[in-house]
Design a protein around this ligand. Structure first.
Ligand SMILES: [Zn+2]
Length: 137
């Protein structure tokens, strides 16, 4: 049971900046931080290369993923989940996002650049999507 998710303001802004820089392609990366009781703190985001170079889907570079997981451990953080951008669609999981969401414990962040900048964090369990509350601190 998650009480609240907190994301550091500078890290949130890193995601927005990356999404704008990589527009019109989707950008992607890992969310890392800590869990304390029922609260989750996203303390560091790790930008990863979208090897698909597509505006409709993404794949994270396997070697970068491996190296990043090691960095996260070295920092004393845990891998909390991942994020990607939707350059032309709303901030909610696509059918493909749901199909590829294998980890029921992961947090899936989606930043939409469609109309306004909108960021949502989801849990996806066997295709069922739950939008979670978060605060930027
Ligand atoms: Zn997506």
């Amino acid at each position: 049971m998650i009480n609240m998710i907190y994301i550091s303001k500078d890290q949130f802004e890193k995601i927005v900046e990356q999404a704008k820089n990589e527009f019109p392609n989707e950008c992607c990366g890992f969310l890392a931080g800590t869990k304390e009781d029922n609260d989750v703190y996203i303390k560091k985001v790790y930008a990863l290369r979208n090897t698909d170079e597509s505006s409709e889907h993404f794949s994270m570079d396997p070697k970068e993923q491996f190296d990043t997981v090691r960095d996260i451990r070295n920092e004393g953080l845990v891998l909390l989940g991942n994020y990607h951008s939707h350059p032309f669609s709303p901030s909610r999981p696509s059918e493909e996002d749901k199909r590829l969401a294998f980890d029921p414990n992961a947090f899936y962040g989606i930043l939409s650049l469609h109309n306004d900048v909108v960021f949502n964090i989801f849990k996806i369990v066997k295709g069922d999507v739950e939008k979670l509350e978060y605060k930027i601190i």
